[in-house]
Ligand binder design. Sequence first.
Ligand code: FRU
Length: 599
Amino acid sequence: MLCSAMLCGSAAWAGGEVAIDYLGTANTLVRVEATAGQYLLIPVEDNGPEARVEVMVDGRLDRTIVVRVANSKVDYKVPMDLSQYAGHTVALNVYTEAGRSNGRDASSYVAWKHFEVSDSYSFAQEQYRPAYHHSPAYGWMNDPNGMFYKDGVWHLYYQWNPYGSKWQNMTWGHSTSTDLIHWQSQPTAIEANGLGAVFSGSSVIDARNNAGFGNDAILSFYTSAGATQQQSLAVSHDGGITFTNYPANPVICQTTEARDPNLFYHEESGKWVLMLAHALDHEMQFFTSTDLKHWTLASAFGKGLGCQDGVWECPDMFRLADPTTGEQKWVLLCNINPGGPFGGSATQYFVGEFDGTKFIPDLDANGQVPTKWMDWGKDNYATVSFFNAPEGRTTVIGWMSNWQYAPEVPTMTYRSANTLPRDLSLFRGADGQYYMASVPSPECDALRGAVVSKANRKRINAKSASFALPADGLCEIRLTIDADRAESVDLTLSNVEGNYVKMTFDPKAATLTFDRTHSGITDFNEQFPVNSVAPTFNADGTVSLRIFVDRSSVEVFEAAGRFALTNTVFPISPYTSLSISATGGKATITNLHVNAIKL
Ligand code: FRU
């Protein structure tokens, strides 16, 4: 059934249709009788002005949301599920831009003619929606939240706006996967409540019932973002599908800007540890607890250390091992925005020791705490790990975007995707320091489809050698470059339109530069078309790479994970060719494989 809006004017509303009443220059009432299985489709203008919308049920305020209710054009419609209000009258009290004197302001919005009630909703398939990376069914997404693994299922929650494709109305959206690659959209997990919007956080499985909510309850901690930022708890008894807020929230109250609680269990001390980002003070606070409800501040880390730009957000901490020596270290993730090596947001990390209450960072040869980056592209932020990943793995996922331009990227009905899942370990650099290695999680091997191009060994000179990529552009590329006498080696992904991504290996500097200045649509923000550069951590003039290309991203991994470089791209059409050339002498490539992606 589809039922369009009726403009009531002064006539009384008898129910049945969507009724629109203009209440004033900036105030309009949208009314509907809610029925199970129906959606109210709200017309949105992507760049339109924000309207405050009070959702009233039988005249009582249920919640307030912010929606870019279509003013001059309708870009798409977002669904409000009416099932939750079945049998009641729902009224959206819409406050559009105020402050103008024209008495017809509100009535001139195109939205009013386009509200509808429907049994279903759908969104256009967009060109840049990833084929094998997680993205939200619709609406804006940022940080991954509260990820955990239980009974064969990976749970990924995320910062989500259910009412538009720009940041607002922060809610925990939810997706699940049994293979870390294919994701199933789940019902909304945690919604805004009296304490505010639901910002980032983490989940634990309370296997020993420390909190008293029952064995194996899922406890999700998040930041309640109202007038201030406080830390709250929501509990799930059905394995993470539905959540109930803990009535005694917030569990940690502070007066400074503090957010994104991240929890882990510290075996040696037998205590739960909660890390909290003091965003503006550039420090991470450590709290401990035995019952997950009462928290004691134990220490703080970070003032004056590492990159001090921007805000500190989304902490995480875990123990990693060096597979060659078995030595273990604690690694503390600290997401910063802005201040990343190539502008905007990025993930820095510290390696060190943790005794259950205090983190002590390792020092470099000069006695300083070094700044280390987890990823050398511009599009890997808010990276955090899954709680309880199997076989002691540390598996992470990041938000594949950058706060500099995330709201402006050329997608419409959804915005942003996640990185491929990555497994982490440690390696020792030539400077004796420990660094973090990230490789695509082993589950990504299942994506490897038919061989499209292959070369066992090929000498490369200034004239480029070309290799076909699949027609849909989706592929995994593996190769080893021995620069030999060459000063640099270029790998170029290109399409028929002349869009290209150029990756340049400089053996002397031991760097890989990623140039996306001609990658396709780049003009939506001047911070987008810039180069990013990764150290290859290799002095012998060679580098082995593993590159994943999706519809709007390129992820480059050194084969052993010594660097990762993640960038989004928006080519006019898919890249269908890989060309390789060398300058200043000949180079050799070996074991080149281009594989189609098996979906
Ligand atoms: C990081 C962040 C978090 C916050 C969330 C709000 O990207 O700013 O600190 O919880 O986004 O959406």
